[in-house]
Design a protein around this ligand. Structure first.
Ligand code: CP
Length: 314
């Protein structure tokens, strides 16, 4: 595998999940694989889980880790070609990506959607520019339109917690005071579509994800009806795709204990961070059905599996 940019880079999901669960049992099984190799982690946005779990994954494989926060520390980068660079940007990604490629063996990048222009965001200019100019593999640590490390984690977590042959998985929109990207929801839908689950998406009208993402997946605008018989509730806010970047904070969509009672004793998932008593009630997040902490733990094994596959193919 050259790059891990999207769910499409997973060639055999069931095998990958089995391998990740095996890694979780023996995380140091391949502790020599990455010796004398360096991963560079570039952050254009904040992170807790992605940063620490990817570092932990690299350490489990014996790698060295270099981290750079571009907001505040790095030169502001230009991505367009042929630009007269007499404004704010100090360095072109063409040089930056080639230079970093000399210091590192693998590069991982986080660059969120700006939520101003849909076409710009969905062109994935930052990640695609680094993929174009870097001479080393690139891993997506959440780009404008996708979060494939999170989605792989979610697939692992659902597999571990499934007690029925084909679980009903509900992706539920929930309110949030700020405009959030569609990235997590996009990748979650894409990975669930290739798993043996019964996926339903529920959100208020006007918060449809891109048709290219949802395809034939059922969408129910009645949240309580969607929750009926669900085995997993995956909670996530996203801003509007059609009215690009519009905030959605309808409190009636908050996840409550009463709504969870409609389910088949469903497990509650969220990628974190989550705002308590805005997105969901304390009682929901503190219930025994919430598996968000174990879900976050699985970030390490998803990242480790991806890194291992990249190292093995070099
Ligand atoms: N879920 C996730 O990506 O968390 P962070 O933003 O903290 O990395």
């Amino acid at each position: 595998m050259k790059n891990y940019f999207s769910i499409k880079d997973i060639d055999a999901l069931e095998t990958w999940i089995d391998e990740a669960i095996a890694l979780k049992k023996e995380p140091l099984a391949n502790k020599m694989l990455g010796v004398d190799k360096t991963i560079g982690l570039l952050f254009f946005n904040p992170s807790l889980r992605t940063r620490l779990s990817t570092q932990k994954a690299a350490i489990n494989l014996g790698m060295n880790v270099i981290v750079m926060n571009f907001t505040g520390e790095g030169w502001s980068l230009e991505y367009n070609d042929g630009v007269i660079m007499d404004q704010g940007n100090s360095e072109h990604v063409k040089e930056a990506a080639q230079v970093i490629s000399q210091y590192c063996d693998v590069l991982a990048i986080r660059a969120f959607a700006q939520l101003k222009n849909k076409e710009d965001d969905y062109s994935e200019q930052v990640l695609q520019s680094f993929i174009k100019y870097a001479t080393i593999p690139v891993i997506n640590m959440e780009s404008a339109a996708g979060h494939p490390l999170q989605a792989l984690t979610d697939a692992i977590t659902i597999t571990e917690h499934t007690s029925v042959k084909k679980p009903k998985v509900v992706l539920s929109w929930a309110p949030h005071p700020k405009a959030l990207p569609q990235a997590v929801a996009n990748s979650f839908v894409e990975i669930m579509q290739i798993m043996d689950v019964d996926l339903v998406i529920t959100h208020p009208e006007g918060f449809e994800l891109a048709d290219e993402i949802t395809k034939e997946t059922p969408i129910d605008h009645n949240q309580e009806r969607a929750f009926e018989n669900a085995d997993f509730i995956y909670v996530k806010n996203w801003s509007s795709y059609s009215e690009y970047g519009k905030v959605g904070n309808d409190e009636s969509w908050k996840i409550t204990s009463a709504k969870m009672k409609k389910t088949n004793n469903a497990k509650l998932m969220h990628c974190l961070p989550v705002r308590r008593n805005v997105v969901l009630d304390d009682a929901v997040l503190d219930s025994k059905n919430a598996i968000v902490i174990e879900q976050a733990n699985n970030r390490t094994y998803a990242a480790q599996l991806v890194l291992q596959k990249i190292l093995e193919s070099r």
